[in-house]
Each structure stands twice: as structure tokens, then as C-alpha cells.
Design a protein around this ligand. Structure first.
Ligand SMILES: Nc1nc2c(ncn2[C@@H]2O[C@H](COP(=O)(O)OP(=O)(O)OP(=O)(O)O)[C@@H](O)[C@H]2O)c(=O)[nH]1
Ligand SMILES: [Mg+2]
Length: 293
């Protein structure tokens, strides 16, 4: 029996819905989703297995001009996604005019592999706008197949998946057939906590935060977790903790609820806050947090 397998890498501007799409196709919340740009900082694999296929999706950070080392590393993940893709998903959202980065845009336009240009968030649009946007992108990226979708509402997602299976090369699987992602359990704990911080804190705070899980002890009925929220400055530490610890408590309660659902087990979650001066620009720290390539 023939077998198909390959890497389908999702790239695009920040906030267009890349993570929403991957989670929808994989059927698990592997990537965190918020309305803020730069929610995703890593390349995260989501693997969909069938008897005779394996699709390895990659969610990637939104494309930006890097201003500090962390963002350089994030764009390194995007670059790597260009290098090993069998199929490229270039996601844009309704109303968007262009990818701001010329270099990446040219790479997409001159790609030798199939490009699916997914025009997302069409639930926010009308027929007229939709048609003109499909036209616009068909002209801008003539080598792509343009497919309008709504990742949030699940519109045209099955069609996209079927097309991917058609385009996938013949290959044995790359990963064991029961594997869902490349990331360890601790990663999902870090990300869930970071999602709550993106949701509840303003301005620079979420961008100055990194989360590290120091302990993950799985027992029969409960998983015991200790995580640390790292910030760049003392003032940020105070803001994260909040009045009498109320802000941090909310983060903990909400993260624990999500994690209990994700792991299907009771979670004991202990979180504390630590200052790690300028970690975003420190190569050693970035390496430690998994941002090295
Ligand atoms: N209306 C609408 N909103 C959507 C759709 N898909 C995603 N969103 C919303 O768009 C926002 C960004 O979604 P994400 O999936 O985090 O976007 P992303 O491209 O991964 O963002 P970064 O990781 O920051 O680059 C969230 O508020 C989503 O709920 C869609 O089809 N329709
Ligand atoms: Mg994302």
C-alpha cells in the first residue's frame, strides 16, 4: 500500500489565524491563541496521522522585522519552515494588503513547492469584498492556489485538508504514528501560562515575559507542576503579582483549568515570579528557553 507524508508549514503576518488553523486541523490546542500579535514564539509541530498518510504541520511565529534577539530567533523559526516544507501555507486575513517583509514575500512568490494561499476570517467579510480579495491575491501570488477559509468557524477546512493530502508526496512517515507533536509536556504548561498573561496584562508586559516549568511530577491521580514567570524588571514583577497577589492568582486558576483539560488529569500548579534582567537580548538565556536553532 502506498503511503504519503510531508511537512506543511504555515507562515504569514502576525495575528492572521495561523495557530487557530493548525489547532482546528489537528483537533487539539497545541498552539496558544490570543488577539495580540506575536502570540506564537516557536515553531510547533502538529501531526495528523492516517493509515496511509502523515501530515506534519508547522505553526510558526508571525513575520515581523526583528527588533531584539528573541524576535531574531523567532524569524529563524520562520526561515527554517521555508527550508523543509513540502507544501507551504501562506495565510492572509481579509482586508490585509501585503506581507511587510519583501524577502519572505519573494520567497513565497518564487517557491518551487505548492503554495496554498489561505484567505482567512471570511466570516468577517461579505461576498463583494471576498471576491475582490481573492482576485487581489491571485494576481499578487500567481503561483498559489487561493482558498477562502474561516479557521475559527471551520469553513473550508476539510477542503484544505483534502487538497493537502492530494499534494502530499509519497513517503514513509517521519514520526511514530501515535505522535501528535514534537514538544514536551512542559512546553504546553509554559505556553498556557503565557496565554493567560497575554490575555490579562497590557502593553509591554506580555512581551517581557517568559515562562519556565521547573518541576513536572506525574503521579497516579495528579500532576504536580512548579513554574516560574520571568520578567525583565522589578516593576514588571509587581504588576504580574498584582494587589495582594490577585493578578497572579487569576493566571494560576485559569491556566490550571485549561491544563487539567489538556492533560485529562488533576493539576497542582505552583507559580512564582522572578526577575531575569534583559533575558530577551541574552543569547545564553534564549538558548536555555529553546530559542536557539
Ligand atoms: N473572525 C475570525 N477570527 C479569527 C479567525 N481565525 C483566527 N481568528 C482570531 O484571530 C486572532 C489571532 O489568531 P491566532 O491563531 O493567534 O493568530 P496567529 O496568526 O497564530 O498569530 P501570531 O501567533 O501572533 O502570529 C484570535 O483572536 C483568533 O480568535 C477567523 O477565521 N475568523
Ligand atoms: Mg500563532
Amino acid at each position: 500500500m502506498s503511503h504519503k507524508a510531508g511537512f506543511v508549514n504555515i507562515i504569514g503576518n502576525p495575528n492572521v489565524g495561523k495557530s487557530t488553523l493548525m489547532n482546528a486541523i489537528v483537533g487539539e490546542k497545541l498552539s496558544i491563541i490570543t488577539s495580540k500579535a506575536q502570540t506564537t514564539r516557536h515553531r510547533i509541530l502538529g501531526i495528523v496521522n492516517g493509515d496511509n498518510f502523515q501530515v506534519v504541520f508547522s505553526d510558526t511565529p508571525g513575520i515581523i522585522k526583528p527588533a531584539y534577539e528573541l524576535q531574531e530567533s523567532m524569524m529563524g523559526f520562520v526561515k527554517s519552515a521555508f527550508e523543509d516544507a513540502d507544501i507551504l501555507i501562506y495565510m492572509v486575513e481579509i482586508g490585509e494588503q501585503q506581507l511587510k517583509d519583501e524577502v519572505f514575500f519573494n520567497k513565497i512568490k518564487h517557491s518551487k513547492i505548492p503554495v496554498l494561499l489561505l484567505l482567512n476570517k471570511i466570516d468577517k467579510s461579505n461576498q463583494e469584498e471576498l471576491e475582490s480579495q481573492v482576485q487581489l491575491w491571485a494576481v499578487k501570488v500567481p503561483n498559489a492556489e487561493v482558498i477562502p477559509i474561516s479557521a475559527l468557524e471551520g469553513f473550508h477546512i476539510k477542503e484544505v485538508f483534502d487538497r493537502i493530502i492530494e499534494l502530499l508526496p509519497e513517503s514513509p512517515p517521519f514520526y511514530p504514528k501515535d505522535q501528535l507533536t514534537d514538544k514536551p509536556e512542559r512546553f504546553f504548561i509554559n505556553e498556557t501560562i503565557r496565554e493567560k498573561i497575554l490575555l490579562h496584562y497590557k502593553k509591554e508586559i506580555p512581551y517581557a515575559v517568559e515562562v519556565e516549568t521547573e518541576e513536572f511530577l506525574e503521579e497516579d491521580k495528579i500532576i504536580r507542576v512548579r513554574s516560574v514567570i520571568m520578567v525583565e524588571r522589578d516593576t514588571q514583577k509587581g504588576i504580574i503579582i498584582g494587589h495582594k497577589g490577585s493578578a497572579l492568582k487569576r493566571v494560576g486558576v485559569e491556566a490550571r483549568k485549561d491544563l487539567e483539560q489538556f492533560f485529562g488529569k488533576q493539576i497542582h500548579l505552583e507559580i512564582y515570579v522572578k526577575v531575569n534582567k534583559n533575558w530577551r537580548s541574552n543569547q545564553n538565556q534564549l538558548k536555555r528557553f529553546g530559542y536557539n536553532q
